[in-house]
Structures are given as structure tokens and as C-alpha cells.
Design a protein around this ligand. Structure first.
Ligand SMILES: [Mg+2]
Length: 360
């Protein structure tokens, strides 16, 4: 009976969740999360959930509308996410599956996988043939200067995190280094420190800064230059001793393949939304394995923790609590390790009262 489940309805809501602390990056301040909540209802009554982050509220309405417009294309179809991904990708070939279209497709994909796992009464990890493993998490440090960054790093470590990632890209490399050293002093020699430039340097600037940062023992330097400048990242990667980390802005596995072919990144961190949902992630994990690249995640801690359990070269999980207010069971982290619960599904369940509070 379960195997015959079909998609019956797609429900979409938009919420704007304020952040407890505005998140500063070299590219600007994020003060709230504009989110799209997608529910795929199956004919057996099981509902699968997924979460999209649109970065700007300006993209909320059009993305939600796109998801609604895709409903007739999948209504009545068997609940087979990988199959539906093929079908929808073909439908959108002429327009392209990047940007808002890619996000809408990922929303549907993730909600379908969630529904499929629930229908089979399995946690997503087990549905995918994996088992729960300890996934290391790192905590967030914003663009908060020497003192602020050291304090945030210390706070993360006191909560059990064994790694922290700071936003850098200050006016001078001296300031970048001072922030890293202030954090190192605060957390000691054994905590992993990563830094993220959020695309703010030219390749030449990045090469010059990395010459200085290379002695700081960083686990990675993230997106030193424009995310889609693969040749630029490759130049930086060749010159630097510190591993370069990219991936959160790759739209689907073709972007990932092009980045890998260019030698743009020494590590990879696909974003479950931009890479194409669970289906896209699984393909990305295989591509990473075939290229012997370690995989970390970008936001979406609940579903990413589960996917990293099924990723042969799993590395670090990026922890963020931005969307906790609307989740019934946000990811728990104990001693810096993600706790993947044994409940059926992908770990996304709404706190309905909270959703009502933030609904647009
Ligand atoms: Mg980043």
C-alpha cells in the first residue's frame, strides 16, 4: 500500500523569523530569516515538510508562487522524488533550474523525501541505507571584531562545539589576523577555526591575504572570492597552503562538477537547497567521494546532519539556530556532536503556534 503513495497536494506558507542576534558578514547584515514552509500531502494522508531560506523577503512571494505553480505538474504522481526530479528538470530545461526555480524544486524534493521516510516509518538516514554517525558541528562567529569574535568563539566552545567559523574580510589582513588570533587565544590550540570571506576579495587580494593567514592553522578559508569564479578560486587554492572551501552557492551538481574540474575548492560544502534537495545532495556526495573531497554542510542543520550520516566523506556540520523558533524539534548538539533522533522523516516538523506568529 505504501509503495503506491502519490502526491495529492502541495501547501506553501511564508514566514519571516527575526534573529535573536543579527548576523553580520562581509557582504551585509542578516537580521531575519525569510522562510518558505512546504508541505507535500500524499494520498495516504502522510505529510512531508521542507524549509527554504530565500535570503531576502523580496524573493518570498515569487518562490512560494513557483512552488504552487509546480503542484499541477506532480499531482497524482507516485511519491518517487528522484524520478520526479528528472521529470521536473526536463520541464524547466529551457528556463533553467538555477535561482528561484532550483529553490522551488528543492522545496518539493525535500518535502517528498520527508514524506517518503514517514510513510515507511523510517528516519531519513535509514531510508537512505545509512546509519547514524557522530557528525561534528562547528559554531558560528559573526563579523564582530576582535573582542566580539573571541567572545562568540568562547561561548560556542563552552556549549561544547569543537570548531568555530568566523566571518572575516576586514579592511586589512592585519585585522583579519588579529581576529583569528583573538579567537585562538580564547579557545586554545585544539579547537578547529575556520574563516569565511563571503566572496569579498579579488583573487589577487585573496592570494596576498592567504600568504599571511597560512601560518594561523586554519581548517579552511571559505569563498575568498566570487563563488562562481572557479578559475579565480583555483588560483587562490594553488597559491595557498590553507584549504579553500566552497560550495554553498553551487546550483546543482553541474556547478559542483565545474568547480571541481577547475580545482576551485579543496573541500566542498554543498547547500541542500541550492544543490537540489536530498536528491541533489546524494549526487553531490557521490561526486565528492569520487573526487576524494571532504563534505561539510551549509545551514539546514536538521536535514544536513542526516545527509552527512549518509555521505562517505562527511566532514563538518555548520550549526545555526536561526530557524529554531518555528521548528518543533530543532537539532540538538551535545559535546559538539549532532544528535540525529530516531524519529521517522528528515527532522523537519513545524511548531504550528510559532508558525502562526510569523506567517506573512
Ligand atoms: Mg559561507
Amino acid at each position: 500500500m505504501h509503495r503506491d503513495s502519490a502526491v495529492q497536494e502541495v501547501r506553501v506558507r511564508s514566514v519571516r523569523v527575526p534573529m535573536t542576534e543579527p548576523h553580520k558578514t562581509a557582504g551585509g547584515i542578516v537580521a531575519e530569516s525569510p522562510l518558505i514552509l512546504t508541505d507535500v500531502v500524499t494520498d495516504s494522508g502522510t505529510i512531508g515538510h521542507s524549509l527554504l531560506f530565500t535570503y531576502t523577503p523580496a524573493a518570498l512571494k515569487p518562490t512560494a508562487e513557483l512552488i504552487r505553480n509546480i503542484e499541477p505538474l506532480i499531482k497524482g504522481e507516485p511519491l518517487a522524488p528522484a524520478e520526479i526530479e528528472q521529470k521536473l528538470t526536463k520541464k524547466f530545461r529551457l528556463l533553467g533550474t538555477q535561482g528561484l526555480v532550483g529553490m522551488a524544486l528543492a522545496a518539493i524534493d525535500m518535502a517528498m523525501w520527508d514524506a517518503l521516510a514517514r510513510i515507511h516509518d523510517l528516519p531519513l538516514v535509514r531510508l537512505l541505507g545509512g546509519s547514524v554517525k557522530p557528525i561534528r558541528c562547528y559554531g558560528p562567529v559573526g563579523f564582530d571584531g576582535e573582542e566580539g569574535s573571541a567572545r562568540a568563539a568562547e561561548r560556542a566552545v563552552s556549549r561544547g562545539f569543537r570548531g568555530v567559523k568566523a566571518k572575516i574580510g576586514y579592511a586589512t589582513v592585519k585585522e583579519d589576523v588579529n581576529v583569528v588570533r583573538a579567537m585562538r587565544k580564547a579557545v586554545g590550540p585544539d579547537v578547529a577555526i575556520m574563516v569565511d570571506y563571503n566572496q569579498c576579495l579579488t583573487p589577487a587580494e585573496a592570494i596576498a591575504r592567504l600568504r599571511v593567514l597560512d601560518d594561523e592553522g586554519l581548517v579552511w578559508v571559505e569563498e575568498p572570492t566570487l563563488a562562481h569564479d572557479y578559475a579565480g578560486h583555483a588560483r587562490v587554492s594553488r597559491e595557498a597552503r590553507t584549504p579553500i572551501q566552497c560550495g554553498e552557492n553551487w546550483w546543482g551538481i553541474l556547478d559542483m562538477r565545474h568547480a571541481i574540474e577547475a580545482g576551485a575548492s579543496d573541500l566542498v560544502m554543498p547547500d541542500v537547497m541550492k544543490i537540489g534537495g536530498v536528491t541533489g545532495w546524494l549526487r553531490a556526495a557521490t561526486l565528492a567521494q569520487a573526487n576524494n573531497l571532504q563534505v561539510s554542510s551549509h545551514l539546514w542543520p536538521e536535514i544536513s546532519a542526516r545527509l552527512l550520516c549518509c555521505t562517505p566523506t562527511a566532514h563538518w556540520l555548520e550549526y545555526a539556530d536561526w530557524w529554531n523558533p518555528i521548528l518543533a524539534e530543532p537539532l540538538r548538539v551535545v559535546d559538539g556532536i549532532a544528535i540525529v533522533e530516531d524519529a521517522p522523516g528528515s527532522g523537519v516538523e513545524w511548531d504550528e503556534a510559532a508558525v502562526q506568529r510569523f506567517v506573512v
